[in-house]
Design a protein around this ligand. Structure first.
Ligand SMILES: N[C@@H](CCC(=O)N[C@@H](CS)C(=O)NCC(=O)O)C(=O)O
Length: 338
């Protein structure tokens, strides 16, 4: 009897696992008609609402690109603003379909939280901002300084490692909310603000006097920031991953939102495959043959989203650096579509 019960229980558990592994996020997304995208509370250039509550940013564009691939409509996205601490629970609980929010790909997150990192939309690293007037030139001069940090982040862990490794006194002021972190720094409650260096640049662009603050030269960590999905749904994972690759491949092949229609007539076989003119790579993915055409037409390629959101001509002003394509000296690289 007991063996039978154990067997029944095991079947039930296995059954549940099988069901959850098959739970098709794509079907659910198609049925509701939009992608629920987890974003920040507002980091300019990455994900931030404008005055009309329209979300923009490179992370927002990723969700828009997924919606373009699925619905031929980049606006079929709804946004959930999440703190660092809330983000992974919101994803695993199914409150969002994809997390696209300044999130660093780490091993423990990728293997212990029931979530899967899709790729690296933005290669970043952690930096420190200080007031120019304080005359600090190096992060190695920060022993004992009051450091403002957001909780539930790799930021906290990296800073602790860095201060310990350099025998420096570690003195943090920790907040759950980014606005509180920035306010505390602006109000002079902290001497230092530390986070991903891209976000430092983004936050500085919002300050009344950006030039009163400097970002120190030391970058103390690797912060590969990228979208994340729930683990166990290969189809959804693949749609997210190939959306990212399509953005890169389009840049590599010189296909832009402006020339994509003209490119439909290109003789280049790689462009024909990307745009669904030759072969069908979309249907096996669960979307349509012209999925990448839709992404490029409605959102643009990777360079377009980078340049309009965080590039040198924006207030964030970030050079491509590591985020250039591999052929231009960076490390952004998409496997071939064939
Ligand atoms: N990349 C780090 C830090 C992520 C993070 O939360 N960064 C802050 C820096 S600005 C942020 O995005 N805050 C936005 C918010 O809390 O709304 C991580 O994944 O832990």
């Amino acid at each position: 009897m007991q063996t039978k019960l154990v067997a029944l229980a095991a079947t039930a558990i296995l059954g549940l696992t099988a069901v959850s592994a098959q739970a098709a996020i794509l079907d659910d997304v198609k049925a509701k008609g939009y992608v629920q995208c987890g974003v920040t509370g507002g980091v300019p250039g990455f994900s931030a609402p404008d005055a009309n509550n329209v979300w923009t940013g490179i992370e927002v564009d990723f969700c828009r690109a997924m919606a373009a691939a699925i619905f031929n409509d980049a606006d079929a996205v709804r946004y959930t603003s999440l703190t660092s601490q809330e983000r992974f629970t919101a994803l695993s609980a199914g409150e969002i379909d994809v997390l696209s929010r300044t999130t660093t790909w780490t091993m423990s997150r990728d293997t212990q939280l029931g979530i899967s990192f899709v790729g690296t939309m933005f290669y970043d690293g952690q930096g420190f901002m200080v007031r120019k007037a304080d005359g600090i030139a190096s992060a190695l001069d920060l022993s004992g300084a009051a450091i403002c940090i957001e909780s539930g982040t790799t930021t906290e862990l990296n800073a602790a490692d860095y201060f310990a490794a350099n025998n420096m006194e570690f003195n943090t002021v920790v907040f759950v909310d980014q606005d509180e972190v920035v306010k505390a720094y602006e109000d002079g409650r902290c001497d230092v603000y530390t986070t991903d260096s891209s976000a430092l640049a983004a936050e500085r662009s919002k300050f009344a006097n950006p030039d009163d603050h400097i970002i120190l030269p030391e970058i103390i960590s690797k912060e590969p920031l990228g979208p994340v999905v729930r683990a166990g749904d290969t189809q959804w994972f693949n749609i997210a991953r190939w959306t990212y690759f399509a953005l890169l491949e389009a840049e590599e092949l010189g296909v832009t939102s402006a020339n994509v229609d003209e490119m439909l007539g290109s003789d280049n076989p790689a462009i024909k495959r990307l745009l669904g003119v030759e072969g069908d790579f979309g249907t096996p993915l669960g979307v349509t043959k012209d999925w990448a055409y839709q992404i490029i037409k409605l959102v643009g390629n990777y360079a377009e989203t980078y340049d309009r959101n965080v590039g040198p001509s924006t207030p964030i002003g970030l050079e491509r650096g590591l985020n250039a394509l591999w052929k231009d000296g960076g490390i952004q690289y998409a496997p071939p579509i064939r």
